[in-house]
Design a protein around this ligand. Structure first.
Ligand code: AMP
Ligand code: TRP
Length: 324
């Protein structure tokens, strides 16, 4: 099993990112795991250069603070490995305009931006390159990335069919609960970095008082019945999944232990504060030592290049590019 996943340094990490993706990264870590801060992807939407720079360091520090050991797994920044952009080009020539323009994420994001960047359309191809370069078999991501995983499989299979067996065809992996954490105020919309209500998103580094306030004010329903039911009680179901994800129970079992929403919310807030406070403290320490972060980036990039280079060369050769 070979694992690869990536996250954009495009904003503060929230509970959806943590439960949907990052906790799976921690569980899956080992010498066969590759975790990447995808800074090139962050350029597909408007982002100030100093913000991108800062957030790349922040996200790298977060990966270490949540428990990924860069001496065990390979942790690196996408743009430090030139083969991502290079393989991206080769794969753009194996992907059709039609399949990219049908991507849901593209449709949503392009509607929100006038004169959107071409990179927003070709975004999934770069993600395909990220994954295929490392021969990943498993890609831990949240539910919203399913379509991107499908196109990854399609492009890999098409390439293999056209140019001979070159790439491993990966599968996506989602956590059993909390694969899609919803906005606490609008539980029919996913918790997100870009569109969200101020009270709807819990950030990984929120202060305990903010976490409590957001949980206590989370939208539920008026029938007062503690039951796990996404269709009729999405607000409560979302909170139950969040709880179950931290306590490693099933949401149904959590629901059965409580009778009143208020008591449940209070315990959920305590559980979140107790689980996230150590991460917040570790983050402060890790982020403060920038020289160390930079040297970890250098060794991560070296390890990543050693794996990506031969895969890129094999793909280039297969397509007929002349080697010297
Ligand atoms: P993004 O915030 O789009 O950069 O996503 C980074 C990672 O977090 C991806 O693996 C997403 O699938 C995951 N993710 C983002 N939002 C959520 C959410 N609300 N619930 C679960 N996973 C999420
Ligand atoms: N598209 C992913 C997201 O928005 C980020 C990403 C880029 C990624 N490259 C990847 C995820 C490779 C998994 C594997 O979250």
């Amino acid at each position: 099993m070979r694992i690869l996943s990536g996250m954009q340094p495009s904003g503060d990490v929230h509970l959806g990112n943590y439960l949907g993706a990052l906790r799976q990264w921690v569980h899956g870590q080992g010498p066969e795991s590759f975790y990447c801060v995808v800074d090139l992807h962050a350029l597909t939407l408007e982002i100030a250069p100093d913000v991108l720079h800062e957030q790349t360091l922040n996200l790298f520090a977060t990966l270490i603070a949540i428990g990924i050991d860069p001496d065990v797994s390979t942790v690196f920044v996408q743009s430090h490995v030139p083969y991502h952009a290079q393989l991206n080009w080769l794969l753009e020539c194996v992907t059709s305009y039609g399949e990219l323009s049908r991507m849901v994420a593209f449709k949503e994001k392009s509607e929100r931006q006038e004169g959107y960047r071409v990179g927003l359309l070709t975004y999934p191809v770069l993600m395909v390159a990220d994954i295929l370069l490392y021969g990943a078999t498993h890609v831990p991501v949240g539910d919203d990335q399913r379509q991107h995983l499908e196109i990854t499989r399609d492009v890999a299979e098409r390439f293999n069919h056209r140019y001979g067996e070159t790439f491993i065809v990966p599968v996506g992996v989602q956590p059993r609960v909390a694969a899609r954490v919803m906005d606490l105020q609008v539980p029919t919309r996913k918790m997100s970095k870009s569109v969200s209500s101020p009270l709807g998103t819990i950030y990984l580094y929120d202060e305990p008082a903010d976490i409590e306030r957001k949980i206590m004010k989370a939208v539920t329903d008026t029938d007062g019945e503690m039951r796990f039911d996404w269709e009729h009680k999405p607000g409560l179901a979302n909170l139950l999944e969040i709880y179950a994800s931290f306590s490693e129970e099933s949401p149904q079992d959590v629901a059965a232990r409580f009778t009143r929403y208020g008591d449940f919310k209070k315990e959920l807030a305590e559980l979140l504060v107790a689980s996230l406070s150590p991460v917040r403290e570790r983050y402060r320490e890790v982020r403060a030592d920038e020289a160390r972060l930079r040297s970890q980036m250098v060794s991560g990039a070296r390890k990543a290049i050693a794996v990506a280079e031969p895969v890129y060369e094999r793909a280039a050769r297969a397509m007929g590019l002349l080697q010297i």
